[in-house]
Design a protein around this ligand. Structure first.
Ligand code: NAP
Length: 274
């Protein structure tokens, strides 16, 4: 069920909104009249989704931005474009993600899952920080997962190849640890990590498992609510587990201040080399 929210129209950026949970979330938010910035890696697919959502909702503020998030130069261009285009981002949903990939490493030699699921939202969010800080009530929603595994620096650096499942789970714990850190650092930005529900019926899940347990709508509804509902106003720095329908404990390492500090230091070191 979609929850009550304050009426003000918001500017909302949803990464990876050309498919799956991101697309359905964008549709729901566009129906409410918010200014929606869609994002995808493929211009044609993005253009089709913009037209589709505009037609379905009558919301002509729906717009889009292209960037392959595995390419950090494209993320930098996306940040520059956003800083030119909008003065405020009220809600940033870091939704884009990858599980299976034909290409194992990006141009910088980083594992695709770590690059797209962790480094990209880290760089993007920090890059648009002034736009988030310009909002009186900014929210960042980070797409975590029930799959979370301790982060190995060899994997983070792209020096060790592990299974797709393990790399994915490491990327999601890294994202969750950074999400908690970011919330601490930016008390004026409500930052929540969320597992949208396991094995929801999306392209990623079909490719990875060939089966699903639940609907895309389940994930989109919780993202809609966390983006807008007053219920989440005081929940910054927490992890919402939509398998349970409540806030819950993330992986224990997400509460280890020393591990978080090490992760952030190593992440910053790697980013400087890119
Ligand atoms: N579905 C689940 O059960 C589930 C469970 C837990 C967590 N999640 C998380 O939820 C998020 C959404 O997943 P989903 O299931 O909706 O997957 P999906 O249907 O495969 O959608 C993923 C979205 O991310 C985009 N994307 C992928 N790689 C990209 C890249 N390199 N650059 C830019 N965009 C890229 C895709 O673009 P294209 O349209 O071009 O492919 C698509 O828009 C992910 O972070 C995922 O890890 C999903």
């Amino acid at each position: 069920m979609e929850k009550s929210q304050s009426n003000k129209m918001k500017t909302i950026l949803i990464t990876g909104s050309t498919d799956g949970i991101g697309k359905v979330t964008a549709l729901k938010l566009a129906k409410e009249g918010h200014v929606i910035l869609l994002h995808g890696r493929n211009q044609n697919k993005l253009d089709h989704v913009i037209t589709e959502i505009q037609e379905l909702t009558g919301n002509d503020t729906v717009n889009g931005i292209v960037a392959d998030l595995s390419d950090f130069n494209q993320i930098k261009k996306m940040i520059d474009l956003l800083r030119d285009k909008v003065s405020t981002i009220d809600v940033l949903i870091n939704n884009a993600g990858v599980f299976k990939s034909n290409i194992l490493h990006n141009k910088n030699g980083l594992d695709m899952r770590l690059a797209v699921n962790y480094f990209a939202p880290y760089i993007l969010t920090n890059g648009v920080l002034p736009l988030l800080e310009a909002s009186p009530n900014a929210r960042v929603v980070n797409l975590s997962s029930a799959a979370q595994a301790p982060v190995s620096f060899d994997v983070l650096q792209g020096n060790q190849v592990v299974s797709e499942q393990n790399a994915y789970a490491q990327s999601k714990l890294a994202l969750t640890m950074w999400s908690f850190y970011f919330a601490q650092q930016h008390k004026n930005i409500n930052t929540i990590a969320v597992n949208p529900g396991s094995l929801l019926n999306t392209k990623m899940v079909q490719e990875a498992y060939g089966q699903h347990w639940d609907s895309v709508d389940k994930g989109a509804t919780i993202l809609f609510n966390i983006a807008l509902s007053d219920d989440y106003e005081t929940k910054s720095g927490q992890y919402f587990d939509n398998d349970l329908g409540s806030f819950n404990r993330a992986h224990q390492e997400a509460y280890n201040a020393e591990k978080i500090q090490q992760l952030i230091s190593e992440t910053e070191r790697i980013i400087k080399t890119l």
